[in-house]
Design a protein around this ligand. Structure first.
Ligand code: ADP
Ligand code: MG
Length: 743
């Protein structure tokens, strides 16, 4: 279901306004009681916003009636006709006259019931609403009866006595000419794309949740159904038949629960797509207590995990079913019951988020296997399987190789894929190996023989990750996960709040360590930042060396620097292959740096620090011991990507001085003529361009700290034990006091 229909609609008042010309003196307008049918029509417009909302209500009624088969026929996007037929328990003859009055329901009789309601309807509003904005015909037969009845309704009233008629088991509800009496609504709907795709989407969602019910949906007059599901006991089968094999074969089962009654109680299960699934946009099918609902916060939370963990597959397919005590769900907030609010929503979302994250991490390591085994076994299936109309783009393995994709969006699919190297690693975990196809294991064995070092490569990285995962400070972890970022207190410290405490957190230290940890976690799986112009290592190194000692300027000194630079270039060229494969640092054969890794999504490091980084790679990395080598490269990247204060002084505050033009020296250079002096006086006192650059750089950094650093830390960061005492976190009032004094 698409939100946002509200923006495209005309205001409803259009239909009821009928004002005299305003007199000159201003009297309050007379309050008139609206005719009841007008009120009802407005209310109906709220519940039934568009054809797809009517379909949803009708299907929910059919499900409440214990149907096992529900079929939908739609004409003209639902504006001409919506017909929903089910094989449920039917409607009593004596109930037919009041069926479509407002607040008639069989599902709720007193307030207490509202707390424990399990069915989807309870407000008795849906059918009534439809009769105010469309023409409704109901045909129904109950079990054991010889014939059924048919009745038509308008404006909440049954038009004539129900007529006996032949009928098959269940109920059929037909709504014709929806919004016939709401011209504005009808026009907007006619102009916008019709609702049929939305209805198909809706049915698809119901079909993969209620797998014991068979659903079908077709256009009026069409021979073929666009959704057709048969009742099954396997959710995966249902997903396959509705969303197609390309979705179903790339799913991971997921489960989470909490029974801590003090914080939250819930059970979640579902399927989420893995790294092989490349969708155009996120598909999130969410049921809470068996109701199809939307939860924006949960959707965003899941999206964040995907773009951080699987940046190449950041538009996932998600099916989740959450069950909670019904008294924890407030379904009454939205007129269409589409959006729900939950007790302990934040805690629940966070638990689900971390479950998704850990499942993705685990599956990421197995992905090459899945790709290969599944490809081999389903190629015949794929040829015969008809993909559903809403099918996303095919997974990476089917993407034509010649397609031009920007580097940072590129999905590696060739045999050089560093992920391939994980075969060797996976050999160490026999369970995942045992039932996989022979093709994968043969390949991995060959790789291993050819390059025995690879096993060691990954073990050493794993060891480094283990160190991070086993030595963190749990109190700080809690603080970081649950803190609120307030703002920057000075150039290095951010002010954060956790419960009732305020802390200062050193964002340079924190970001440095976060980047280091992420480099190790993303090892060999980096997306690329392409430099607009490849930068010659020689120039970068000379720049960095010059910065190192500004005072020693002599000729001799220059020669020495050139020698150091040359040595470093040779060294880095030698290591280029490894730097590229494991760390995404690309140095071409001419000795130019052309690509850097994406360590956190949407974050590019400060390019002014590239020279220092290159020098650091040459000088500070220990290339002999593998583990230390990886560790030192990760540290160099961490230092480079850390959110240092920009090199240009902060123009808000004392730093502003730096941007003052030195007017007098300009005049000297220009010969000091009168005219030049005049010009200088007209010109701004400051170097505006530089000032704007500086302002940008500082604002950008602050944005990154708030929107990238803290959210990412919440997800991935394991704070070192030492950070509690080395000044990274300060809770001291004295220091806080000093900072506020300055403000
Ligand atoms: P609600 O679902 O909130 O009770 P509705 O206006 O959607 O209100 O439906 C009113 C009543 O009509 C329901 O309570 C139910 O008793 C009956 N009803 C509607 N659709 C069906 C159906 N397909 N099969 C059996 N009963 C139905
Ligand atoms: Mg209902």
């Amino acid at each position: 279901m698409e939100a946002g229909s509200a923006e495209t609609e005309q205001p409803l008042e259009m239909e009821v306004e009928e004002e005299e010309i305003a007199p000159i003196y201003k009297e309050p307008p007379k309050i008139k009681r609206l005719e009841e049918s007008v009120v009802n029509r407005i209310a109906a417009g709220e519940v039934i916003q568009r054809p797809v909302s009517a379909v949803k209500e009708l299907i929910e009624n059919s499900l409440d009636a214990d149907s096992t088969s529900i079929s939908v026929v739609v004409k003209d996007g639902g504006l001409k006709l919506i017909q929903v037929s089910d094989d449920g328990h039917g409607i009593r003859y004596e109930d037919l006259p009041i069926l479509c009055e407002r607040h008639t329901t069989s599902k709720l009789s007193n307030f207490e019931d509202l707390q424990t309601i399990q069915s989807m309807g309870f407000r008795g509003e849906a059918l009534a609403s439809m009769t105010y904005v469309g023409h409704m015909t109901v045909t129904t037969i109950m079990k054991g009866q010889l014939h059924g009845y048919r009745a038509t309704y308008r404006d909440g009233v049954m038009e004539q006595e129900p007529k006996p008629c032949a009928a098959v088991k269940g109920t059929q509800i037909m709504v014709e000419n929806l919004f016939y009496n709401m011209i504005a609504r009808r026009k907007t709907l006619q102009n916008s794309a019709d609702d049929y795709p939305k209805i198909v989407d809706l049915l698809s969602r119901f079909a993969i949740h209620h797998i014991n019910v068979s659903f079908s949906c077709r256009k009026h007059g069409a021979a073929r159904a666009d959704v057709h599901s048969v009742a099954t006991s396997s959710r995966l089968d249902a997903i396959r038949s509705v969303y197609g094999v390309s979705v179903a074969r790339n799913l991971i089962k997921i489960e989470a629960f909490d029974d801590e009654s003090s914080s939250s109680v819930f059970k979640m299960e579902g399927f989420i797509s893995n790294s092989n699934y490349i969708g155009k946009k996120i598909t999130m099918v969410l049921f809470i207590n068996n109701r199809l609902v939307e939860c924006g916060a949960l959707k965003r939370a899941v999206e964040i995990v995907y773009s951080a963990t699987l940046p190449k597959a950041s538009k996932p397919f998600i099916y989740m079913s959450i069950i909670l005590p019904s008294e924890h769900v407030d379904v009454n907030v939205h007129p269409t019951k589409r959006e729900v609010s939950l007790l302990h929503q934040e805690i629940i979302i966070e638990k689900i988020q971390s479950t998704v994250e850990s499942r993705l991490r685990n599956s990421n390591e197995c992905r090459t296997f899945q790709e290969q085994t599944v490809d081999a076994s389903t190629s015949s299936l794929r040829a015969t399987q008809k993909d559903s109309p809403k099918n996303p783009t095919p997974p990476s393995s089917q993407t034509p190789k010649s397609e031009k994709v920007p580097v940072h969006k590129m999905v590696r699919i060739d045999s050089l894929d560093p992920a391939g190297r994980l075969h060797a690693y996976l050999q160490a975990t026999p369970s995942s190996q045992a039932d996989k196809s022979s093709l994968a294991s043969i390949r991995s064995a060959i790789r291993q023989r050819r390059n025995p070092r690879e096993t060691a490569d990954l073990t050493s990285v794993q060891e480094l990750v283990n160190i991070i995962d086993s030595n963190y400070h749990s109190g700080l972890l809690d603080t970081i996960r649950n803190c609120t970022y307030i703002g920057m207190a000075d150039e290095v410290f951010a002010l954060i709040q956790h419960n009732t405490h305020l802390y200062l957190a050193n964002v340079v230290n924190l970001s440095k360590e976060l980047m280091y940890q992420q480099v190790l976690r993303r090892f060999a799986h980096f997306n690329a930042i392409q430099l607009s112009d490849p930068a010659p290592l020689a120039d970068l190194l000379m720049l960095a060396l010059k910065e190192e000692d500004l005072d020693a300027e002599g000729e001799e000194n220059y020669d020495l620097k050139e020698k150091i630079a040359e040595m470093n270039i040779q060294l880095l060229k030698q290591k280029a292959e490894m730097l590229q494969e494991y760390f995404g640092i690309h140095i071409d054969t001419n000795g130019n740096l052309s690509r850097l890794p994406v360590i956190l999504d949407q974050y590019t490091p400060d390019m002014d620090r590239v020279p220092e980084f290159v020098l650091c790679l040459g000088n500070d990395v220990d290339w002999d011991d593998e583990k230390i080598c990886f560790q030192t490269i990760a540290a160099a990247l961490g230092n480079f990507y850390a959110m240092h204060p920009p090199l240009l002084p902060n123009p808000s505050g004392e730093g502003l001085q730096f941007y003052k033009r030195r007017v007098s020296s300009n005049c000297h250079q220009a010969g000091g003529s009168l005219k030049d002096a005049d010009d200088a006086a007209v010109e701004s006192e400051y170097d505006d361009e530089l000032l704007a650059d500086a302002e940008n750089a500082w604002a950008h950094r602050e944005w990154s700290i708030q929107h990238i650093l803290f959210p990412s830390m919440r997800l991935f960061f394991k704070p070192l034990t030492s950070m509690a005492s080395n000044g990274t976190f300060v809770a001291s009032l004295e220091k806080l006091y000093k900072i506020f004094e300055r403000c």
